[in-house]
Design a protein around this ligand. Structure first.
Ligand SMILES: Nc1ncnc2c1ncn2[C@@H]1O[C@H](COP(=O)(O)OP(=O)(O)OP(=O)(O)O)[C@@H](O)[C@H]1O
Ligand SMILES: [Mg+2]
Length: 440
């Protein structure tokens, strides 16, 4: 009793301490995984997003990261602890009767193959389920941002049905994942028991033969060890399955973190302080899909001198935005070069290049923050006076002053608390401030 109490106290104390340390590891790994994604998202070229859904990316950072935490990280302990137990028990069994243990080694690879096959199919179903969940996220995201049109076109039913359809596909895939996972414990127990039965039968015969190869007492000890082998084998396979499930999610996250950043900084950038003479497009061609025949721009040459105001006029879809997007290197030309003051923009660092520009895009891109922070966006060391001066140039000061908290007013998601024209003027003020800040 006395010793028993002490033993259990220590067992549980150390167990708790182990979990205490493990909690740091688990959350640390997942935190790093999650942290890496937003940074990567900002480095990835715009072209990457043409083929991705916003909601899916969000679900990768949230639900998939959590899945990795629960399945992979919570299995770590088992993956390290149980093989040790299994090897110890096996060692004892070989010591007691190598002949009998042979059966275990015949059953083991069979069990291994069956488990691996189910594991593979589990991973596939799990990826499918996670992809569908990503689609659900993206419908929700589209619903909220497209509410005005959904309501106006009485499309609630259409969107609702679309959601239900994907939700039920997700449901089906999830059930499949559960069924596969739930198979692990009974299957390994069944295989373990099968092995046990064979061993009992064969071992019993050996004992009854009484030829000295196996004594009755050694056989009973052997069975005792064998029965101890089953629980760790069971939890080990469960852990293996969990890891398969988690790896499906990890793969989805790695698909982002490993995506190619094909718009990169030059190895030896040329520093350029200001724009002096001209911008030159030389034989520039561009196709959105690499290797695609459908060029948006073909063999275009153009010189833009400093100080001139240039307007690009053309049919919708003729490539004006595309042409402009290549200057800050949102996209690189498929063929040809773009030069600023005679320097190929590919030889200038992205930071340096974009620092030379103030950009106002076709759709005003604003953030859920104050007017002040939206105008001062990305700039360090700007005073409120600078912001106000820029707003005045952009004809925005007056309406900003009429907002409830002036420059401290929150403008809502994507500037939804302002009119379209007001949003445009905020983004113009932002560009004006940037240019004045760069060239002052
Ligand atoms: N991300 C994209 N992926 C594939 N094709 C694209 C993409 N963006 C634009 N395109 C195609 O490239 C062509 C040029 O588009 P671009 O946006 O440059 O036109 P634009 O001249 O700015 O038109 P608008 O006056 O309507 O703004 C169009 O035919 C369009 O379909
Ligand atoms: Mg355009």
């Amino acid at each position: 009793m006395r010793y028993g109490g002490g033993t259990f106290l220590f067992k549980n104390l150390f167990r708790y301490l182990a979990m205490y340390v493990l909690a740091n590891v688990r959350n640390g790994v997942v935190k790093d995984l999650r942290n890496n994604v937003p940074e990567k998202l900002m480095r990835l070229p715009l072209g990457y997003y043409s083929n991705e859904r916003k909601g899916d990316i969000i679900s990768r950072i949230t639900t998939d990261a959590t899945e990795v935490e629960w399945s992979v990280m919570s299995s770590l302990e088992v993956i390290f602890r149980d093989p040790v137990n299994i090897i110890l028990f096996l060692g004892m069994m070989i010591f007691l009767s190598a002949k009998l243990t042979l059966f275990v080694f015949i059953i083991l690879p069979i069990a291994g193959i069956v488990l691996a096959l189910i594991g593979k199919s589990l991973r596939r179903s799990s990826i499918k389920a996670k992809n569908l969940l990503g689609q659900l996220f993206s419908i929700i995201e589209e619903t909220i941002s497209g509410l005005r049109i959904i309501k106006g076109f009485n499309a609630e039913k259409y969107i609702g049905e679309k959601f239900k359809l994907i939700n039920s596909a997700f449901n089906k895939a999830s059930i499949k994942v559960y069924r596969r996972t739930d198979l692990s414990a009974p299957l390994s127990e069944f295989l373990g028991t099968l092995a046990m039965m064979i061993v009992m039968f064969y071992g019993g015969n050996l004992v009854l033969k009484n030829d000295g190869s196996l004594s009755a007492s050694a056989f009973i000890t052997y069975i005792a060890f064998f029965s101890q082998l089953i629980p760790p084998a069971k939890s080990f396979t469960t852990a293996f399955y969990n890891i398969q499930k988690g790896m499906a999610s990890a793969e989805r996250i790695f698909a982002i973190t490993d995506a190619e950043e094909y718009i990169t900084n030059p190895a030896q950038p040329v520093a350029i302080k200001s724009f002096e003479k001209e911008i030159e497009y030389k034989n520039v061609s561009f196709a959105y899909l690499r290797g695609d025949e459908g060029y948006a721009i073909r063999n275009l040459s153009l010189k833009i001198e400093k100080g001139k105001t240039i307007a690009l006029v053309g049919q919708s879809g003729s490539g004006k935005t595309t042409l402009a997007d290549m200057l800050p290197r949102y996209y690189d030309p498929t063929n040809g070069d773009i030069k600023i003051d005679g320097i190929n923009i590919k030889n200038i660092s992205l930071n340096n290049l974009r620092n030379l520009m103030g950009i106002v895009s076709q759709e005003a891109i604003l953030f859920n923050d104050t007017v002040l922070n939206n105008i001062a966006f990305g700039q360090e060391n700007v005073s409120e006076q600078d912001v106000i001066a820029a707003a005045k140039i952009a004809n925005a000061h007056e309406f900003i002053m009429q907002m409830p908290d002036g420059y401290q007013t929150n403008i809502g998601d994507r500037g939804s608390k302002m009119s379209g024209g007001q949003r445009q003027r905020i983004s113009i003020a932002r560009a004006v401030l940037k240019i004045r800040n760069t060239y002052s």
